[in-house]
Design a protein around this ligand. Structure first.
Ligand code: COA
Length: 260
């Protein structure tokens, strides 16, 4: 796969996807969005990878938004296509069969905040800044921000951030429930790798079903969500990993999961 704006390394069953346009604060142009889709499509099929970390290159930004140079050239037709395209890629990430952790070390604005919100876990350095500043450009978020932000932090806080276009710091993002954890900047990489390795040791099918049950279940009514959960629970009870996990507990030993 030829990639110009994204780097990908795999280490100990964890894929590190790095958005690599540091001179533009990793702003997502159309080419980067396409590459992101290609990378995640290949990672979904890659059984050697159990966890994915997504991060930005350079010191200053996770992702400072969609590329404003490109947005500036859109009209009403192409703008809609632009939004649908980004939404599709982010939804694909959100529906991945393995956990996606956003390692957030700086500006996480607009399409960057929307990308982080499509990930399953968000770990921020204390210097991270979050916001949906689109209002200041005369637009609205187009990659899911108006939908995921209120779901994650509640309508009251989301409307404030969306309407005023103000940034919040990592501490506030944590208080709002936008990030899972804040760590000192120099510890970000180490902490994220530690979490990724921890997840890589857990039962992969159970992880996949937790992601599916929570992501799909959130858009269902409670009865349908409970049905989904019971179906997935039943499927798991037919796996070798269930036998291994429960037997290991009973035999007072550590389980070794195979994803079967
Ligand atoms: N799209 C395109 N280019 C962007 C960008 C974006 N979203 N965000 C930053 N850049 C570019 C800048 O234009 C600049 O390029 P240049 O050196 O060719 O002029 C480069 O990245 C560095 O950014 P700069 O603004 O000089 O850094 P800063 O430290 O002074 O400010 C920000 C950092 C994040 C506050 C500022 O870049 C910013 O407000 N970016 C836009 C954020 C935004 O509105 N995002 C939502 C987009 S929908």
């Amino acid at each position: 796969m030829k990639l110009s704006n994204i780097k990908m390394d795999i280490e100990k069953r964890v894929a590190y996807v790095t958005i690599n346009r540091p001179e533009k604060l990793n702003a997502l142009n159309a080419e980067t969005i396409t590459e992101l889709y290609q990378v995640f499509k290949s990672l979904k099929q890659n059984d050697d990878v159990l966890v994915i970390v997504i991060r930005g290159s350079g010191e200053k930004a996770f992702v400072a938004g969609a590329d404003i140079n490109e947005i500036n050239r859109h009209d009403d037709i192409s703008g809609r296509i632009f939004a649908l395209r980004g939404q599709k890629v982010y939804r694909y990430i959100e529906k991945m069969n393995k956990p996606v952790i956003a390692a957030i070390g700086g500006y996480t604005l607009g399409g960057g905040c929307e990308l982080a919100m499509a990930c399953h876990l968000r770990i921020a350095s204390e210097k991270a800044k979050f916001g949906q500043p689109e209002i200041n450009l005369g637009i609205i978020p187009g990659y899911g921000g108006t939908q995921r932000l209120p779901r994650l932090i509640g309508r009251t806080r989301a409307l404030h951030l969306l309407l005023f276009g103000e940034n919040i710091d990592a501490k506030t993002a944590f208080e709002f429930g936008l990030v899972n954890e804040i760590v000192p900047d120099e510890k970000l990489e180490e902490r994220v790798s530690e979490l990724a390795q921890n997840l890589a040791g857990k039962a992969p099918i159970a992880i996949k079903y937790i992601l599916q049950s929570v992501t799909d279940g959130q858009d269902m009514n409670l009865d349908a969500g409970l049905n989904l959960e019971a179906e997935l629970f039943g499927n798991l009870c037919g796996t070798e990993d269930m036998k291994e996990g429960t037997s290991a507990f009973l035999e007072k030993r550590k389980p070794v999961f195979k994803g079967k």
